[in-house]
Design a protein around this ligand. Structure first.
Ligand SMILES: [Zn+2]
Length: 292
């Protein structure tokens, strides 16, 4: 999911689903005057450059979302991946204040990474920097929507964890989850699984140990390469999940080279005070008024 901010001079009554939009843009309108803030769903197996919002050659749309929106509304449009918005927010308002180089890692039903290096948010040549979820993690692993198999996010994302627990329950594994869901696995969410693991449930701990192994190993490599001063880990899989965080922490300190692991600070938890929205606002203002 990519947040797409649009400043519009059109009235709220105007439709955004006309034939002029070959992509499905769902705008959530705000009451503030002449401002639209929208989310652009970009799943379905087609990676999109978040810098130019250009679909890859698999697309049948010969225009960027930025171009489509600017033509439709006749106003500037700025686009930023949600994880990079969090990185911008952390840089100006959060844990990244005063830290020259840091990473923001998002672990939810997707896995991604934002990078601030020497005080600047980096997007890469085509805006793809941060596709951490698609680094290779498992030989002959599950097929990923990107077209490869064994990508990191296929074995660490929320839906994978829920399905893994459900499969265990179906096969007769004893777990506190059965109690937490009242015996109905359909009521199971990532919140119950996190609670069970942190309450000591062996089965759920085992699954999060596996997730920590994958995330920790790959993040250690990134830390060795980039030498950040800080890494924040956020998202539904790790929020309120000290068991997972402590396991990732241990692996990073075991696998990273000493001079990078000694200097890096790790923290986790929910994004405070709408840090991604603040980052998005900051990004729009700096691009609109300063041109960068
Ligand atoms: Zn992938």
């Amino acid at each position: 999911m990519i947040d797409l901010p649009v400043v519009s001079n059109k009235s709220e009554s105007e439709s955004t689903s006309s034939a002029a939009f070959p992509l499905n843009l769902n705008f959530a309108k705000r009451k503030s005057r002449k401002v639209f803030i929208g989310n652009v769903p970009v799943g379905g197996g087609s990676p999109i450059s978040v810098q130019t919002m250009t679909k890859t050659k698999t697309s049948d749309v010969d225009a960027t979302v930025k171009q489509i929106v600017e033509e439709r509304f006749a106003v500037p449009c700025f686009v930023l991946h949600d994880t990079n918005a969090i990185a911008v927010g952390e840089k100006h308002f959060g844990y990244g204040v005063g830290v020259s180089s840091f990473l923001t890692v998002w672990i939810s039903d997707g896995v991604s990474l934002g990078a601030v290096i020497n005080g600047e948010v980096h997007l890469g040549n085509d805006g793809f920097l941060g596709e951490f979820g698609h680094v290779h993690a498992v030989e002959n692993g599950p097929l990923c929507y990107c077209g490869h198999s064994g990508c990191l996010e296929t074995v660490t994302k929320e839906s994978y964890i829920i399905e893994k627990v459900a499969a265990g329950l179906r096969s007769g594994v004893h777990s506190e989850i059965s109690t937490l869901t009242g015996g109905d696995p359909r009521r199971m969410t990532i919140e119950e699984i996190k609670k069970a693991a942190n309450d000591g449930d062996r089965f759920c701990k085992l699954i999060f140990e596996e997730v920590a192994g994958h995330i920790g190993a790959k993040l250690s490599d990134v830390i060795n390469v980039l030498n950040p001063g800080l890494v924040t880990l956020r998202g539904s899989v790790i929020d309120d999940n000290p068991f997972l965080f402590e396991n990732i922490y241990r692996i990073i300190h075991n696998r990273s080279v000493r001079f990078t692991s000694n200097s890096v600070q790790l923290n986790y938890g929910r994004c405070g005070e709408h840090i991604g929205i603040k980052g998005l606002g900051s990004w729009i203002l700096s691009n609109y008024f300063l041109g960068h």
